[in-house]
Design a protein around this ligand. Structure first.
Ligand code: URA
Length: 271
C-alpha cells in the first residue's frame, strides 16, 4: 500500500531557510543542544495551512524524526486542531530551532539573528498566505508571536490568535504527583476550551467542519490523535509514529546524556 510522506523543503523560500540557518553563534551550546542540528517544522508548506501552531523547542523524538511536535504534545495538539475541524491544513514551527538545554537567557531569547530568522519563517507562512488562526503553545511561543507582531509585516497580518498552555505543562508542573497532574490537566483543558471558543467561529475553511465541542476536565478517549503519515519524512518506520518512549537520552552524567539518544524498537515489532 502506498505510504504518504512529507517531501520536505523542496521549494522556496524554505529551500533557502533550511540551507542557511543560525548556529551556535546565535544559539549558545550552553543553552541549546546544537550538536543535534536544527529541526524546522511539521505540516504543510504548500500554502494550504489554515492554522499555524507555534511550539517551543524540539525534544529527543523530534531530533530523530526531524519534524517537530511528533510526540505526546503533538498528539494532544492534533486533537485540539480536530476540534477546530483542521485535520491536514496546518503548519507547526517552534520558537527555537534547537532543543533547550537548561534554560534560555533573556539576551539569547532576544538575539536579533534568532528573532529575525524565526520571523522569516513566519513571514513565509503568513504573509500573502491563507492562515486564519495562530495558536501559541506556552509562554516562549507567546513571546515569539509578540516579537513577530512588533514588525511591520507582523502588524499587517491579522489572523485570530490564541496563546494556550503548553500541552505537556501539566506533567512538567506536577513533578510526578498524580493529584497535581489531574488539577493541572483540568486547568489546561479549561484554558484550551477558551481558545476553542475564541477560534472556532473564525475558522471559515476547516478541512472537516465540526460543531464546537469542548473538553471535559480530564483527557477522554479520542482527545489525543495520531499524527498523519503525511507529516513524516519518507520511509519512517510505523513504530516511530505510534508511541513515545522509543528515544531516550541515556548516560552516566549530563555530558554523556547530551551525547547520546538511545533508540529502542517498540515491543512486538520484532518477533
Ligand atoms: N514541544 C514543543 O513545543 N515542540 C516540540 O517540537 C516538541 C515538544
Amino acid at each position: 500500500m502506498p505510504q504518504p510522506f512529507d517531501p520536505g523543503y523542496v521549494a522556496e523560500p524554505f529551500l533557502t531557510l533550511c540551507s542557511d540557518y543560525p548556529g551556535a553563534d546565535v544559539y549558545p551550546s550552553q543553552e541549546f543542544r546544537v550538536e543535534w542540528g536544527p529541526i524546522f517544522h511539521r505540516g504543510r508548506l504548500d500554502g494550504s495551512a489554515r492554522v499555524l501552531v507555534l511550539g517551543q523547542d524540539p525534544a529527543q523524538h523530534e531530533t530523530i524524526v526531524r519534524r517537530i511536535l511528533v510526540g505526546e504534545a503533538g498528539r494532544r495538539v492534533q486533537g485540539l486542531l480536530a476540534r477546530l475541524g483542521i485535520t491536514t491544513s496546518y503548519v507547526f514551527v517552534n520558537t527555537y530551532l534547537y532543543s533547550v538545554y537548561g534554560s534560555v537567557k533573556a539576551a539569547t531569547r532576544r538575539h536579533p539573528a534568532l528573532v529575525d530568522y524565526r520571523n522569516r519563517w513566519l513571514q513565509a507562512l503568513l504573509v500573502g498566505q491563507q492562515v486564519e488562526a495562530v495558536i501559541a503553545l506556552g509562554q516562549a511561543a507567546d513571546g515569539a508571536w509578540a516579537a513577530w507582531k512588533a514588525t511591520p509585516q507582523g502588524q499587517a497580518t491579522k489572523p485570530a490568535y490564541a496563546a494556550v498552555t503548553h500541552p505537556t505543562q501539566p506533567e512538567s508542573s506536577a513533578g510526578g504527583d498524580r493529584t497535581r497532574l489531574a488539577l493541572a490537566t483540568a486547568r489546561m483543558l479549561r484554558n484550551w476550551n477558551a481558545a476553542l471558543q475564541a477560534l472556532h467561529p473564525g475558522l471559515t475553511h476547516p478541512d472537516a467542519p465540526v460543531p464546537l465541542a469542548l473538553y471535559g476536565d480530564a483527557w477522554a478517549e479520542g482527545d489525543r490523535l495520531p499524527i498523519p503519515a503525511i507529516d513524516y519524512p519518507a520511509g519512517l518506520p510505523a513504530w516511530m509514529r505510534d508511541n513515545d518512549g522509543w528515544a531516550a537520552r541515556k548516560g552516566a552524567d549530563e555530558t554523556a546524556k547530551r551525547r547520546n539518544i538511545t533508540l529502542t524498537v517498540s515491543k512486538g515489532v520484532v518477533a
